[in-house]
Design a protein around this ligand. Sequence first.
Ligand SMILES: [Zn+2]
Ligand SMILES: [Zn+2]
Ligand SMILES: [Zn+2]
Length: 533
Amino acid sequence: MSTRTRQAVTNTLPALFPDCLPGFTPTGALLELPPLSEECARQVTDRVLAPDFDAWSEALARVGNCARPVRLCGHSETVDLATGEIVAGYTSASERLGVTHVRCGNRRASECLSCSRVYAGDMFHLIRAGVTGGKGVPEAVADNPLVFATLTGPSFGAVHGRRDHHNRCHQLPGTEPGPLCSHTRRRDCHLRHGEDDPLLGQPLCGGCYDYASHVVWQWWAPDLWRRFTIALRRLVSHAIGVPVTRLGEVATVQYAKVAEFQLRGLVHFHTLVRLDGPRTPDGFAPASGTLDATGLALLVRRAATTVRLTVPGVDVDDPARVLAFGRQVDARPVRTSRRTDDPDRVLDPEQVAGYLAKYATKSATDTSGTDNPHHRRIRATTRALAGRARTAAAARPSTDGAPGANPYELLGRWVHMLGFRGHFASKSRRYSVTLGVLRRARRRAQALIAQSRDSGRPLNLAALEADLLADEDTETTLVIGDWRYVGSGWATDGERVLAAAAAARAREYAQWKADQRKGSQEHVRGQGDGWTD
Ligand SMILES: [Zn+2]
Ligand SMILES: [Zn+2]
Ligand SMILES: [Zn+2]
């Protein structure tokens, strides 16, 4: 691209953000573009100089700079439920580009920076509301016992790792047999690995590593978690002194959990466990006080270390296994215990909500992109076990002649997740507000913001919070539509590059705004927070 063309491009691009970056002066060029192929550079120029550029940049802004928006054609009508009257109508034909663009909604930053950030924000608000209250959750939840715990998988073979206190990777205790395994690989490693060492998480010997059990554990990890929650409830009933069937009359155990892939390709669970009072229609009752956070942490640790799950092998040649969590269970009361990264400070609720939200998006972004010999071998083992399970099922037809049931039947579909089929983030029903409610509230907020922009009347979203979060059944209108899928993504690579650059710039702006806010003492907590992208 010539300097003159580039100038034209960068001078035009602020139109991508009509009136939405007030006060912000980016340090670098107006918009950073990566090195482009000749064709892509031409597409960028064509897009920017096209007569419908404003319409395109409006569409881009409306999907929040989504990298791969869905294109739809159709129309919808909003009907007043009381009168049956059509109160509003919308058709994609009214758009200047002739189609309606809708966010892709992908949670992975590698797929869509913009949509993954929306997801991260929602996760943060959801998790924080369960810890400090807010977003419709009473602030009294902050007084209930709260424990932050990490449940890891067991060892399936020694892997290279960073040890605490600057210790070496693997030193053999005196009782261990000689330094070589049967594959003549060293069984010890005297290195102090750096943070980015590609060896981290890799087994010392792939031959000794129990890949089959690794995959089987991962496959059942969601069930093992479920068992853990049952065991915890049982321990809590016992501690309070009520039969488990009547626990709900006294207390409920609420949690939010996030699965994160460790370098060794095994998930572990970060969780917040909260002890509430008796079951009530809206949840969140104050705890009775018979069990405090320290007592709850003890029970979490005991439940995690004692829970067992016996599972069958994938076929007759594969043994049944008894699955458990690893022996290292970190469970600490929030507000009273110390932080691991900063022992002088207490583990505060906001911090924990931040950790968990970060893990949630990390796991949503970093799982499938891993490619190293160890992970390749886990995938290969997953495929092989899935094949054996299919053969075993086919060989033992059920009574109606269809292939017999095998609990590993769907394993083959989860190769990309290294055999993990669970949710990356989940919560008990009464932990907090739901993602659905947050998303609906954001849609409502965006409609109000658009209205306020058109009418010039100021808007105070904080005052409207309760209405924004209200349940669907209080809606008095119904939207009926007829839509057709046209395609996914922007029309050219050039448009995609522009969208990505705009998303990066918007992110920079969000960071700048957050810094400004931190600096300003007058900032009113929660004002407009989390309702817009
Ligand atoms: Zn997107
Ligand atoms: Zn090592
Ligand atoms: Zn070996």
